[in-house]
Write a protein that binds this ligand. Structure first.
Ligand code: GLN
Length: 462
């Protein structure tokens, strides 16, 4: 049991740090509202909770009752959810302080936060660069030291990619490990809430609290919350696979150097390292960009002006209401996804695109099973093909933006847990390495990450 006054001091300090980081545009909750809520939460928090007094910021596509939930979109401007996400309820029950809502790409579609209707988030180390996305607000706040951890969401890499770019730890759990209740749906078969933390331990302990069964989400597995492993002395007994498809000949040489150094350290820690192959990897990005928009086009049909948020005024009939609201409310990337999704699901194209993508998804998942069945415990890869890129650089070319996810979308398609942690710097900018684990074996993945984190020269130039 902690000192009951501790949370109040922690709440005040967190609010001060978040306000100080205002220039990053990472926080969507106004300062006054944030301070007031943090104070109230601190008074209500029970000192016996395992996260007592810990400030945790929450991505704005996760429903909260104390703050608005806009998903970075104009179509939900000012929207206040009548219920809260199970993950948020569990955080509060553990004594954590929900520290405002973080900026993100609209409906979590993007890799830079440049698709937010509320302006882009600045990279904490270089204002001309992006923090990654879509959970870029969460990553930037953790990276700037404003909060020790934040919730993000993953459909194709939105926790790991910004974690890599901001030099923090990002964990995407196995599909079904954490309840999706109250996570605004993007691609329901891919979506999971994930955690960003300044260390493996901070991210892991938040994940452990939000994990576990929930009767309100039928896709959430009936399992106990994740148990945290202890920090191991070595990686003796671990077999780590290096998938050759994640190290293409045109990989950025500095990213390759950082990974090679990491692999040497894995060996020094006692792990057995072996090259493996995941032959369908090159189909992952096109597969993802059929399945995710298909599901999004269906999920986003509910924003019609009749149910949520602001509506287009001056309607004469229901069609004009729908068209006016959606036309004014959705940004260009969301519109692009709805169009692509509707197209690939339409009769005549369904077999050519959507069905093929589903078949490919099964092959990608099978690739992983084949490797794990042959005694490999974990895979190690780069998290992102480059460090943080300049704002504007990929905005005009959606495919260049989509390729930021090349190493992350596979774990979502296969439903596997994956983690990004800092493995060095490239010209001063952080770069992450990724561990991909077996379904529901997050504990092994976290154990390896603990060992790696302890010895890695995370701020050393690659
Ligand atoms: N960047 C990817 C996309 O735009 C992934 C997003 C996510 O994981 N939410 O779809």
């Amino acid at each position: 049991m902690r000192d009951p006054g501790e949370a109040l001091a922690s709440a005040k300090a967190a609010a001060d740090r978040i306000v100080k980081a205002k220039r990053l545009n990472a926080m969507l909750t106004p300062a006054k509202e944030l301070r007031k809520s943090l104070d109230q939460q601190a008074k209500a928090a029970h000192p016996s909770g395992v996260l007592y007094g810990m400030p945790v910021a929450v991505k704005d596509n996760i429903c909260t009752v104390e703050f608005t939930t806009t998903c970075g979109s104009k179509i939900l401007e000012g929207y206040r959810s009548p219920y809260e996400a199970t993950a948020v309820t569990k955080l509060k029950a553990a004594g954590a302080l929900v520290s405002g809502k973080t900026n993100c790409d609209e409906f979590a579609m993007g890799s830079s936060t440049e698709h937010s209707a509320y302006g882009r988030v600045l990279h904490p180390l270089d204002k001309h660069r992006v923090p990654g996305g879509s959970s870029g607000g969460s990553a930037a706040l953790v990276g700037a030291g404003a909060v020790p951890a934040a919730l993000g969401s993953e459909t194709g890499g939105s926790v790991r990619q910004p974690a890599s770019l901001c030099g923090v730890v990002g964990i995407k759990p196995t599909y079904g490990r954490v309840s999706r209740y109250g996570l605004v749906a993007f691609g329901s078969s891919l979506d999971q809430i994930g955690v960003l933390g300044r260390s493996v331990h901070d991210a892991a302990r938040v994940l452990s609290v939000i994990s576990g069964r929930d009767a309100r989400d039928a896709t959430c597995e009936d399992r106990d919350p994740l148990r945290l492993p202890t920090v191991p002395e070595s990686l003796q007994g671990f077999v780590i696979g290096i998938p050759k498809e994640y190290f293409p000949s045109d990989l950025d040489p500095a990213v390759r150097r950082a990974c090679e150094r990491a692999i040497r350290l894995l060996r020094e820690l006692g792990a057995a390292v072996r090259e493996v192959s995941l032959p369908h990897t090159s189909y992952a990005v096109p597969t993802y960009y059929i399945i995710a928009p298909a599901e999004a086009s269906s999920n986003l049909a509910r924003y019609d002006g009749a149910r949520y948020g602001p509506r287009f005024d001056g309607q004469v009939d229901v069609r004009t209401l729908y068209r006016g609201t959606r036309g004014a409310g959705f940004g260009p990337e969301v519109r692009r996804r709805i169009l692509v999704g509707t197209y690939v699901l339409s009769s005549g194209y369904y077999d050519a695109y959507y069905r093929k993508a589903q078949q490919m998804r099964a092959l990608i998942a099978q690739d992983f099973r084949n490797v794990f069945d042959r005694g490999v415990d974990l895979l190690f890869t780069p998290t992102t093909p480059t460090p943080a890129f300049k704002a504007g650089e990929r905005l005009a070319d959606p495919v260049a933006m989509y390729l930021s996810d090349i190493f992350t979308v596979t774990a979502n398609l296969a439903g596997l847990p994956a983690l990004s942690l800092p493995i060095g710097r490239i010209k001063g900018l952080p770069i992450g390495g990724q561990l991909i684990g077996q379904a529901f074996l997050e504990d092994e993945m976290i154990e390896a990450a603990y060992a790696i984190e302890r010895v890695f020269p995370a701020v050393e130039e690659a």
